[in-house]
Design a protein around this ligand. Structure first.
Ligand code: N01
Length: 537
């Protein structure tokens, strides 16, 4: 892919990915007259909500919050039907947005970006695809998602398995029929917690292989009453502002004001019980110190363990389901509809593999602790190569022929989660070291897209070719990110937040946990200080 290559297309901006980040970015750039296109490997829009079609998939943030705010028309026109959007509803919403803003004709589907080189001579990105179309562009925006590279653990013998194999993160379009079949599922993260109760309804038998029990709170899912939806719509301006001022990007979760030890044991339990009955993540926002003080956290952790003990009839199973190796909230907290209740069903068994890793997949099932468990179908609910997987899947080379992947061997380093030093005009939406995954994603996406769009417009308006993140500012940002994380309990958990879920992946806490409001203030300050940390040429 050198300078002699025939270029098939010239663009101002190429965006990779047609999920919520890519679509909004496309809309922004189109509105300002940039020549812009998306390349997307799927055959339709939707990103996460295109791929994660597993039974029971739905968003764990309420739909009135988890939606675009950039268009008043859109937020008034669209009617969410349920408290938490289902996967089909979210996909329908993505298609609706695509149609409303005439995006489809600017999206190249079924095309994967494989390589991007920043040409020294042209000072542009030369981008290659899996159908050998070569595109030259000035700006390259990665809207590739944080949880978009499914992780299938390397367990020997998988190819020998005679039954069907599925991954929750790459679910087939045609829903498999599990009627009366015996199904094995590996994993007990959010995807499993949502799918297990639904899969259990039709299967003959369900075997759940659990390596680590997870905290989960009841979602208290229900239809969205029209009055509630209309009230929210009338007051969207207020709710969106409250969300922006919060730490997680959700209007109703405002910063708590008291420590867990400012109240008596009895009062604390009443507060937890209220949050438990309300559903959602309210419990985590009950006290100031739940994610900074282990003792405070233990009060909430034990409250949830006691709930599990009450729900699950079999004492031994209940204990196996009680998480004890991480404080509540330090792994992504799951929300469920009857997850723990499902273990009271006769056709559901929990197999604890915490001390006995899966040795092998066999023709008929799998082997652990010298016992062979047989089943007809196998579901991997084993998560993703999170945050860096999709970026590293593209070979990205700067003008010194250095790859981004090699620069990230010891973990990702970014400036504000949006740029990487020495990779000019390459932008990431909700990249590592941004609050993305630790917030209401669409709010963070909108803030990032706006920031990046303004940065590109500033570059163009001042007749610059390039913008680059300064390495000194990048180092400071990475240090700050780590300091913020180390002041919390997050590092105590093994999770995809720190790369622990992937064998051989560098370890280090990736998301920015200083909150969306703080983060936005920092970004705004950089702009006010003449784009501090960015160099234009
Ligand atoms: O993946 P996970 P996920 N042998 O990484 C186990 C978002 N999401 O797809 O904990 C045995 O959380 C692994 O065990 P352990 C959300 O942000 C959102 O469920 O590593 N087990 C774990 O139990 C979420 O956090 C929504 O010991 C193995 C499971 O597989 C993120 O996506 C819905 C194993 C993986 O859990 C990822 O969730 C769904 C092995 N070799 C997802 N390898 C909503 O919005 C892995 N595991 C609702």
């Amino acid at each position: 892919m050198e300078a002699f290559l025939k270029i098939d297309k010239y663009l101002d901006t190429l965006i990779v990915g047609a999920g919520f980040a890519g679509m909004y970015s496309l809309h922004k750039q189109m509105s300002d007259g940039f020549k812009v296109e998306i390349y997307e490997q799927a055959d339709d829009v939707g990103g996460t909500w295109y791929w994660n079609k597993y039974p029971g998939a739905r968003c764990d943030i309420e739909s009135m919050d988890y939606s675009y705010s950039f268009s008043e028309d859109l937020q008034q026109e669209w009617n969410w039907k349920e408290k938490y959007g289902t996967q089909p509803e979210l996909l329908e919403y993505a298609k609706f947005v695509c149609k409303k803003f005439n995006l489809r004709k600017h999206i190249n589907f079924n095309t994967k970006i494989t390589k991007a080189i920043f040409s020294k001579e042209k000072q542009k990105w030369i981008v290659d695809t899996d159908n050998n179309t070569i595109i030259e562009c000035q700006n390259l925006i990665l809207a590739t998602g944080n949880l978009s590279t499914p992780n299938t653990p390397n367990i020997s013998g998988l190819s020998n398995f005679k039954g069907n194999v599925y991954h929750t993160g790459a679910w087939p379009k045609k829903m498999p029929n599990f009627n009366g079949r015996k199904v094995g599922i590996i994993g007990t993260g959010s995807s499993a917690v949502q799918s297990i109760p639904v899969i259990s309804e039709t299967v003959g038998e369900l075997l759940v292989f659990q390596r680590t029990p997870n905290f989960s709170l009841p979602a208290r899912h229900r239809d969205l009453p029209e009055e509630k939806r209309n009230e929210y719509k009338r007051n969207y301006k207020k709710y969106r502002q409250l969300a922006k001022n919060s730490s997680f990007g959700i209007a109703k979760y405002q910063p708590p004001t008291q420590s867990a030890f400012d109240v008596s044991d009895e009062e604390r339990n009443i507060i937890y019980e209220k949050a438990w009955q309300e559903g959602g993540q309210a419990m985590l926002f009950a006290f100031t110190d739940l994610l900074t003080n282990e003792k405070a956290n233990e009060t909430a952790s034990e409250f949830v363990r006691n709930k599990i003990r009450k729900i699950v009839n079999d004492k031994e199973t209940a204990e196996k389901l009680c998480p004890t190796n991480h404080p509540i909230g330090t792994k992504r907290l799951c929300l469920d509809s009857n997850y723990f209740e499902t273990y009271n069903k006769k056709n559901v068994s929990l197999i604890d593999i915490s001390n006995n890793p899966i040795e092998q997949i066999t023709e008929n099932g799998l082997l652990t602790n010298n016992i062979e468990y047989s089943f007809d179908d196998l579901v991997f609910a084993t998560g993703f190569d999170a945050m860096t997987g999709a970026v590293n899947a593209i070979e990205i080379l700067n003008d010194k022929n250095e790859s981004l992947k090699s620069k990230w061997l010891d973990g990702p380093k970014t400036y504000l989660g949006m740029m990487v030093s020495d990779f000019p005009n390459l932008f990431m939406i909700t990249g590592p070291q941004s609050p993305g995954v630790k917030s209401q994603m669409i709010l963070s996406i909108e803030q990032h897209v706006d920031f990046i769009h303004d940065l590109i417009s500033h570059k163009k308006g001042n007749n610059y070719n390039k913008v680059n993140a300064k390495s000194k500012n990048q180092d400071q940002w990475v240090t700050h990110n780590n300091e913020v994380a180390n002041a919390t309990l997050y590092p105590l958990a093994h999770s995809w937040y720190n790369g622990d879920n992937i064998a051989g992946k560098s370890k280090g806490f990736m998301p920015y946990v200083g909150g969306v409001a703080n983060y936005k203030n920092i970004c705004d300050e950089k702009v006010q200080n003449n784009y501090e940390g960015f160099e234009f040429s």
